[in-house]
Design a protein around this ligand. Structure first.
Ligand code: TRP
Length: 482
């Protein structure tokens, strides 16, 4: 080895050493702040890589932090800290669930119990549903009783606040990637509407037109148009304008400096490493994608809506969403304490199956994979009869003898979402399982229910003019005083 390169080496080693020190400090700080474990892990990984590089170069170990990172995360038990559990990437054969991919090979769909363990959230058990009913004095929504909303983070905190007469607000959203919404898209909105009516609280709905522009092969004009169409569909579900603010990112962020300032504060407290760990971005991801999570995080804090909350920064937020959105909010909850803000609470739903069954993906580009809000009454009937995957047997005789399988029968699964009558659903389940009822009967039942739901929305949708949409979209104070 020649002298110049040896001195180069020692310079590189010196550089590495100071990087290792800085990285060690960062890890220590994250631990002090009780950051999410996956975020600490990502930084520890970087630290270890730097140390390995140092060792390869100099043949020596560097001392210092990083070692303690092996501490068992399960030692933390407080509910507010539970999401510090690590989310390792899905192992071979495991279900994949993130904002962009939901996939499983199991006929009964995703294993949600395993997801709760992997994501470190809490299951919505009977005790929590009872508490819901006790605190609100109302019967719990069928989605809660039937495990459709099955997981949460800190819902008890929200119920405590409500009991104490303290305020909170609801935040949900939609990425407008297609003009027509299907009945599965209704799930979070139907539930959010019920929550709003039950608790009488403000609701903000984010339309992430920017997200769809960044992540899909769509133009700005296309996503803005789809966002507006979706906004009208959402309004047609019957939201109360005095209590609900809907915003499209492309418009609102320019209208509200407070939102942008908050976004940048969030960005400052989140490294590329961290979003790589959480979202699987890599060096070839556009910087727009990398920065986007801060946009979805921002509405979790009341300072993003100065007109609604009169500038108050710490009004508790509750986010109903499908479980695939959880990565955004694990990140948000991690950053919150470092910005001295409240962590948002969450309620997670399962996914809505495609007509063809829980293993196939429902896609807005395949008109036969679901029932759309734009389908005619006749199309609803034909699609269900023709495509709804049956859990029945090959012949009537065999079906009568052995019974049907509710766990895979799509008509039954859809009824679980949309048939409100608890007794009736139980009876259908019993009689289908015993073989008394055939799939055709379940399909008939479902056709009637969906025709009614979709028909009602179509009626109301006619009254949602551009003016009505603009009223919902206008940044303004709602009927609540702060
Ligand atoms: N990313 C979500 C989607 O693609 C949209 C969204 C934004 C959202 N904010 C949210 C969903 C809050 C649930 C809760 O559909």
């Amino acid at each position: 080895m020649t002298t110049p390169s040896a001195s180069m080496d020692s310079q590189v080693a010196g550089n590495l050493k100071s990087q290792i020190d800085a990285q060690g400090n960062k890890v220590r700080q994250l631990k002090t702040d009780k950051a999410e474990k996956e975020i600490i892990d990502a930084e520890v990984k970087t630290l270890l890589a730097l140390k390995a590089e140092y060792k390869a170069l100099t043949g020596e170990d560097v001392g210092g932090s990083g070692k303690k990172s092996k501490k068992d995360p399960s030692q933390k038990t407080a509910e507010s800290q539970m999401d510090t559990l690590n989310i390792s990437p899905a192992a071979e054969g495991e279900d994949i669930v993130d904002p962009w991919t939901v996939s499983t090979t199991s006929a009964t769909g995703i294993d949600y119990d395993k997801l709760i363990v992997r994501f470190g959230s809490q299951s919505i058990d009977e005790a929590l549903v009872d508490r819901f009913e006790k605190v609100t004095g109302k019967s719990a929504h069928r989605f809660l009783k039937r495990g459709i909303f099955f997981s949460h983070r800190e819902m008890s905190k929200v119920l405590n606040l409500y009991e104490a007469g303290k305020p909170f607000y609801l935040y949900t959203g939609r990425g407008p990637s297609s003009g027509a919404m299907h009945v599965g898209h209704l799930v979070p909105f139907v539930f959010t509407k019920w929550l709003q009516e039950t608790f009488d609280v403000p609701l903000v709905i984010q339309m992430t037109d920017d997200e769809k522009y960044l992540f899909k092969d769509l133009t700005v004009e296309q996503v803005r148009k789809m966002a507006l169409d979706n906004v009208k569909d959402i309004i047609a579900l019957g939201f109360d304008m005095e209590k609900t603010f809907i915003f499209c990112d492309f418009d609102y962020i320019g209208q509200c400096p407070e939102f942008y300032r908050l976004m940048v504060k969030i960005q400052k407290h989140c490294t590329f490493n961290q979003v790589k760990g959480i979202f699987g971005f890599d060096d070839s991801s556009s910087i727009g994608k990398i920065a986007f999570p801060a946009v979805q995080a921002a509405p979790s804090f009341s300072e993003a809506f100065p007109l609604i909350f009169n500038g108050k920064k710490n009004v508790q937020c509750l986010i109903p969403c499908a479980i695939d959105q959880d990565p955004y909010f694990r990140m948000t909850r991690d950053i919150a304490p470092r910005l001295k803000l409240e962590k948002p609470a969450l309620l997670h739903s399962v996914f809505f199956p495609a007509l063809q069954g829980a293993t196939s993906k429902m896609s807005a580009s395949d008109p036969n994979s679901s029932i759309f809000l734009t389908d005619t009454m006749k199309q609803i009937k034909t699609k269900i009869n023709k495509y709804a995957f049956s859990g029945g047997r090959d012949t009537v005789e065999e079906h009568r003898e052995k019974g049907g399988d509710c766990a895979v029968d799509v008509s039954y699964q859809y009824l679980k979402f949309f048939l409100d009558d608890e007794e009736k659903l139980k009876k259908i389940e019993k009689d289908y399982t015993s073989g008394e009822l055939l799939t055709g009967h379940l399909k008939q039942e479902l056709i009637e229910i969906l025709q009614k739901i979709v028909g009602d929305i179509q009626e109301r949708r006619k009254t949602v003019t551009d003016e009505v949409a603009q009223q919902f979209l206008k940044p303004r104070k709602l009927k609540y005083d702060y």
